[in-house]
Write a protein that binds this ligand. Structure first.
Ligand code: SF4
Length: 432
């Protein structure tokens, strides 16, 4: 069968869609990289983290049906988990798979008869058991690899729908994930990004996140290990020691979602730290690990967020060693505790005003961080060439581009001299 996979949402969804591709190819299916009339099945790995994310998924589904009206849709992911019945009504050939069924995609596809119309839902309780994911990679893969190591979350922050859609925190079997990383290393992967919902709480057979990093360090082909977003207070001290050690493959980079600079709002969000703890931790990390890349997520417009609360967030970002902030507008999610605070919603015009101010500050901080690295040499892992040149990231997450290279730098880890700050990226030249 010819199968097209469209992924919405987070890095974890991207990691899962990658496993779909590998499993489907190993099962002899043909993967279409664009949606066209030759496609038999379109898989939508959906997202429901915000209202906007939901509507983007539905828009994609409508576009796919317009291109190929007889396509069979498989809708999986968080929208399928949240609004299963609504997803069933989106087409007359649709299989809706809850998050529990994601890694059983092949078995579900084998039951399909594409000559017939279908309206089927398969959704089971998500459970608490640790899990395994078969690794089916059979051909070279030359990109950064998002390795799923963990699933679900027990934190229940008051604004977040994820624990309701991805279930309780559970970890991937240690040997299974190490084998997956090793296979990808042999097939050309140089950087592994440890992915999950709450990776800091990883625990399997008395192995924690530091043990995962130690094991991946032993894989000769893997040259870099990167943490995806990780919660404050969940990072084992041993992980920071690994990060500070220049001989360890764990790159000097942390993305810590802090969400607000106001203690009053952090309490309403049911976050697990105070802003003083966040400030002290960031300052300590920046002192321990020189040149570390530090980023965060901030939510603007949480119910009841006053001008004073917002000012705390602004000064927190301003005075922190953070180099950038992903700024999100609060999105009310039915079923969350914060959804009950509907009498204190912030007007979208005000949310937009505050978001704009924070994004401008984030740009300034990134620009100032880049300025410090002009003239410095850094190793960059390059991606496919784009219209400017070969782009890639340094270990501390500086976006670098080499414009004129006589060689193909794709998936090469190359020493680069950073020569110009272009705001969103730094221009570099290869150090021969
Ligand atoms: S830590 Fe909080 S924000 Fe993150 S997934 Fe868990 S509940 Fe959601």
């Amino acid at each position: 069968m010819r199968i097209y996979i469209h992924t919405h949402g987070c890095r974890l969804n991207a990691a899962e869609s990658r496993t779909f591709v590998e499993a489907l190819e190993a099962a002899g299916h043909d993967i279409a990289h664009t949606m066209d009339q030759s496609v038999d099945i379109a898989v939508i790995n959906s997202c429901a983290v915000t209202e906007q994310a939901e509507s983007k998924c539905k828009q994609t589904i409508r576009q796919i049906i317009r291109i190929q009206p007889n396509v069979t849709l498989i809708i999986t992911g968080c929208l399928a988990e949240k609004n299963s019945q609504e997803c069933l009504k989106l087409h007359d050939r649709v299989l809706v798979l809850g998050n529990s069924e994601k890694h059983r995609m092949i078995a579900h596809i084998d039951t399909l008869d594409l000559r017939k119309k279908i309206s089927k839902l398969v959704k089971n309780p998500l459970g608490k058991a640790n899990f395994e994911i078969p690794c089916a990679l059979r051909r070279p893969y030359c990109e950064r690899y998002n390795l799923k190591i963990q699933e679900g979350c027990d934190f229940f922050c008051s604004y977040c729908i994820i624990p309701h859609l991805r279930g309780r925190a559970r970890s991937r079997n240690f040997e299974n994930l190490v084998k997956d990383a090793a296979i990808h290393g042999k097939q050309g992967v140089k950087e592994i990004v440890l992915s999950g919902v709450n990776i800091g709480v990883y625990e399997n057979n008395a192995k924690n996140l530091a043990d995962v990093i130690a094991a991946l360090n032993e894989i000769p082909e893997i040259q870099r290990i990167r943490l995806s977003s990780i919660e404050l207070k969940t990072i084992p001290d041993a992980v920071l020691e690994q990060m500070a050690n220049d001989n360890n493959k764990l790159v000097k980079y942390l993305h810590l979602p802090i969400q607000s600079g106001s203690d009053r709002i952090l309490q309403l969000m049911r976050r697990h730290y105070t802003i003083a703890e966040a400030r002290d931790y960031l300052a300590w990390v920046a002192k321990q690990i020189s040149g570390i890349g530090l980023g965060t997520d901030l939510i603007v417009g949480f119910p009841g967020e006053s001008e004073e609360d917002f000012t705390y967030t602004l000064s927190f970002l301003q005075n922190s060693p953070l180099q950038y902030a992903h700024v999100f507008s609060y999105s009310q999610r039915e079923g969350t505790v914060a959804a009950l605070m509907r009498d204190r919603l912030i007007a979208s015009k005000e949310i937009n005003r505050r978001s704009k101010i924070l994004r401008t500050l984030s740009h300034e901080k990134r620009y100032n961080f880049y300025e410090k690295f002009i003239g410095f040499e850094q190793d960059v892992l390059f991606e496919n060439k784009n219209r400017i040149g070969f782009p890639g990231y340094t270990e501390n997450y500086i976006r670098a581009i080499v414009e004129n290279s006589s060689k193909d730098l794709t998936n090469q880890l190359v020493r680069v001299k950073l020569i110009q700050n272009c705001g969103d990226y730094m221009r570099g030249e290869v150090v021969h």
